[in-house]
Design a protein around this ligand. Sequence first.
Ligand code: AVI
Length: 323
Amino acid sequence: MATRALSLDAVSAFGADIREGLTKKGQKELASKYLYDELGSKLFETISLLPEYGLTRADERLLRRHSREIVERLPGDTMVAELGSGSGSKTRWILEAFGRRRHTSYCPIEISAAALAACRRELADIDAISIVGFEREYLEGLLEVAGRRRVGQRILVLFLGSTIGNFDHPADVKFLKEIRAILQAGDALLLGTDLEKPVEQLIAAYDDSLGVTAAFNLNLLARVNRELDADFALEEFEHEARFNAETSSIEMHLRARRDQRVTVAKAGFSVAIRAGETIWTETSHKYSLKEVGALAGKAGFLCEAQWVDGEWAFAETLMVAGT
Ligand code: AVI
């Protein structure tokens, strides 16, 4: 009964967000968090294997090469919390380095139970690591993790994969401030950020030749059809990746090929969409190194160290919570 009530709530929250995004004045939009249902998450995993999309491989390379140094910079008893662990495969390097030093708790925080289970399976073989998963929104989960810390124990928060870039500016600063508010001075944040790079490289990464990113984007409309009983005709929309030079972001849009009316039955509305009009589905900000430093400062962290990949412009920045 409780499960049923929860899922009905989730449907109505989803419906309310979709309604707000599609009926607002001006640019229509759908929140990027809804890209990640089961199919969307699999499509994102596939994107990370594409030759054009180097982001995930760069993140992984940096962690593989520098985990030992990252861990050496955080002496003493440290508990590791990860926001949005996904399958956990990138985190292996950090956890192995901590495990070589002493027994360490790892707390992945994920809204997807399936992702948490996958993460547990992937990392179960690492010595001296105990895994306690939290099926929660990021900040709610981090609060719970912080409530479990032992006296004298440090928390290292991992926020990898440049997920921070999917927050609108200045929501990225606000989010890091909220993380900082939960932490204590001396705690740390390891932040992965995708960096500025040539526009052609970015467009290829977000509009790949196999059409996987297009499928990832269009799946959002398919999800609205599946879960909210809507009647989007997918063939009437086209994936578009464009660079916004003002915000230094890649934006994903879905462009209507003709005038149409769409009904979203479970959210109780219908909406007219004009030919050529777009639905904005994601922002992916590309940072400069200077900007990452400024972001840390604004949120109350000090930059302790930074590593930049040589093949794909991507940075891992270790920040320490200031007093
Ligand atoms: C999860 N996030 C960092 C990805 C990105 O690059 O912004 C999501 C993505 N969207 C399209 N391709 C990948």
